[in-house]
Every structure is written in structure tokens, then in C-alpha cells.
Design a protein around this ligand. Structure first.
Ligand code: GDP
Length: 317
């Protein structure tokens, strides 16, 4: 089997390629520029390449040349907070990019050529925040930030092409983390702060909303879910979540506990400047459709992977 991964230079591309290569797949990992890939990525088996998914001619020629069996579409901009500063860029990268890719795949389909199955990485930010929890595939969509809007539009676009006969799924991913998370995400920030405090290099960690609840998964479990969807060629949408939500404070407590610090409150300062104007109080998903369809369940245990993130956190940024 041959997988094309778009936007592969980030966290999710790393775990996806790892698991696909371990199963004997051929993998082409692409990003806007080859220099986006970290040295670890270069050292690994698998092919690296450039692909701007908003470039229709390039997407078409790449698909015609490679003829992958599956496309894992991860390319896009991914910061919820950051999307307010560049809303049009988010629509271009996430919505126009997905649309361009889908149109190119659909062109193969209408030409009678076997077309790749697409797994489109979507996000829990698509849901209406005031909808009853947990969120499932039937929860109303009502995004409240440009990132969420861009993802909803991409999801609908896939649905529209699917109605034409294209095979693909939206994987609606809840927050998923690993040692590859940058400090722009709260988990990456927390584990760096805890590691520095534990090493005696800092004495406080400044955060915003500690009460927000998120359904955090490890990124390797999310990669396994996307592969399970591709394996089954299950052309429908799936929520990918752990089913458990924890507060940002719970995450902080677990990170400190992993290095033997119980009095975590003593090291935390909250700064109102870090609060968001709109911030979902709780995101929690129900993956029972995915579990029933593919057998997927998360394998990693929360405290264990949070501890691993702290252990692997860089001390110098
Ligand atoms: P998001 O859910 O995709 O926006 O992922 P983040 O990791 O950026 O944020 C998760 C939650 O942590 C949100 O509710 C934030 O408001 C909250 N949070 C609290 N303090 C911070 C902080 O210092 N940085 C970030 N990025 N988020 C924070």
C-alpha cells in the first residue's frame, strides 16, 4: 500500500508515517518546503517531498505521478488562537487547500481511474460549543473561530464530493498531543515549564484559563485511528476522542506529579492576558461509531504519556 501524507512535517505526520512504515506501507510525506522536515524525519525511511495543496496543477500532476492508495490530508494551519490574526490565510490553507485536493482526486474518479481514499484531518473546533456533551458525528456544527470555520467548510466540501462518489472520511480529531507539540499549545507550554521548574531553571509557569476542559489523546492514538479508517475504507465521518475530558489544571497537576511535585499550585500564576475572548468550556467526544466500525480504542494512558512529554521536553525554549 502507498500513502501520500500532506502537511506531514508536523506532529501527526510523524506518528502516521511511523505506523504506516512499520506496517510495510510505502509513504510519501509532503510539506510546503522540504526544509520543514526535522532531522529525525529525514533520517527515517520513507520519501519526503514538497506539495502546496492550494496549487491545483501541482496537486494533479503529483497524484497522476504517484497514484497513492490513500491520502492522509493533514496540511493546514492549526492554531485556534492564532487564526484570529490571519483568518483569510486559514481559509486559504485549510478550506481552499482541501477543496483543491478533493477536486483533483475527483478528476481521477471521473476519468475512470482508481482514486485514492482520503482521510481528512478535521477538528473538534467544528462543533457548536453549547451542544450537549459528548460531541458525536450528529452534533450540530457551529464553529466560533476562523480555524473552526475553515475546518467546517473543508468537511462539508468532502461530504459534497463524497455524494458524487468520491471515497473519503472526515476524521474529527479532538486535542492530541506528544513530545512534538510546540509551546504554542497549552500542553507543550506546560511540559516545558514543569521540566524547567524541576531542573531549577524557572520558578513559575504562567497560564490562562485553568478551568477549560479538553478531551486529550496521545497523537499516536490519533494516527492509529486515521489508519483504521483508511483500512476499512469507511467513507463516513468519525469523531476521534478519548471520551474523557480533563481541565487544564488537571493536565498541570499530572505533569508536576510525574516529576514528584505535589504542590503544583505554588508554581502557577494565571495571567488574564492569556484568557481568550471565546474559549470552549469543555470539549469531549464520543468515538463509539469509530470503535464499532473499526475496533479502534486509545491505547496510551493519560498520566503515562503526560510524564513522557515532561521527560522529553526541551529545557532551552
Ligand atoms: P486548542 O484547544 O486547540 O485551542 O489548544 P490549546 O492547547 O492552545 O488550548 C487548550 C486550552 O488551554 C484552551 O482552553 C486555552 O484557553 C487553555 N489555556 C490556558 N492557558 C493557556 C496558555 O498559556 N496557552 C495556550 N495555548 N492555551 C492555554
Amino acid at each position: 500500500m502507498f500513502a501520500l501524507i500532506t502537511g506531514a512535517a508536523g506532529q501527526d505526520g510523524w506518528f502516521l508515517a511511523d505506523q504506516l512504515l512499520a506496517r510495510g506501507w510505502r509513504v510519501r510525506s509532503t510539506s510546503l518546503a522540504e526544509s520543514d522536515f526535522a532531522p529525525d524525519h529525514r533520517a527515517r525511511d520513507g520519501e519526503l517531498g514538497c506539495l502546496d495543496v492550494t496549487d491545483a496543477a501541482l496537486v494533479t500532476s503529483t497524484l497522476e505521478e504517484l497514484r497513492p492508495d490513500v491520502i492522509f490530508h493533514l496540511a493546514g494551519l492549526s492554531s485556534v488562537g492564532g487564526s484570529w490574526a490571519r483568518p483569510a490565510d486559514y481559509l486559504t490553507a485549510n478550506t481552499v487547500g482541501t477543496c483543491t485536493l478533493l477536486a483533483a482526486v475527483n478528476q481521477l474518479r471521473t476519468s475512470g481511474i482508481d482514486h485514492p481514499f482520503i482521510v481528512n484531518a478535521s477538528s473538534a473546533e467544528v462543533f457548536a460549543e453549547d451542544a450537549p456533551l459528548p460531541f458525536s458525528e450528529t452534533t450540530p456544527l457551529n464553529p466560533l473561530n476562523p480555524y473552526g470555520v475553515s475546518k467546517v467548510a473543508a468537511q462539508f466540501m468532502l461530504g459534497a464530493f463524497r455524494a458524487q462518489g468520491l471515497l473519503g472520511s472526515n476524521a474529527i480529531l479532538f486535542n492530541h498531543e506528544s513530545h512534538l507539540r510546540p509551546a504554542t499549545f497549552v500542553t507543550g507550554k506546560i511540559v516545558r515549564g514543569v521540566a524547567r521548574i524541576h531542573a531549577g531553571l524557572a520558578d513559575e509557569l504562567v497560564l490562562g484559563n485553568l478551568a477549560a476542559r479538553r478531551d486529550w489523546l496521545h497523537a499516536s492514538d490519533v494516527a492509529a485511528a486515521m489508519i483504521a479508517i483508511a483500512d476499512r475504507r469507511a467513507a463516513q465521518d468519525f469523531v476521534v476522542a478519548s471520551g474523557v475530558s480533563r481541565t487544564v489544571g488537571d493536565f498541570v497537576a499530572a505533569a508536576f506529579a510525574s516529576v514528584g511535585i505535589a504542590n503544583w499550585q505554588d508554581f502557577i500564576r494565571t495571567d488574564p492576558a492569556l484568557l481568550r475572548a471565546t474559549d470552549a468550556p469543555e470539549l469531549r467526544g464520543d468515538s463509539s461509531l469509530l470503535t464499532a466500525t473499526t475496533g479502534w480504542r486509545p491505547q496510551r494512558q493519560f498520566e503515562e504519556w503526560v510524564g513522557e512529554m515532561v521527560e522529553r521536553a526541551p529545557l532551552d525554549d
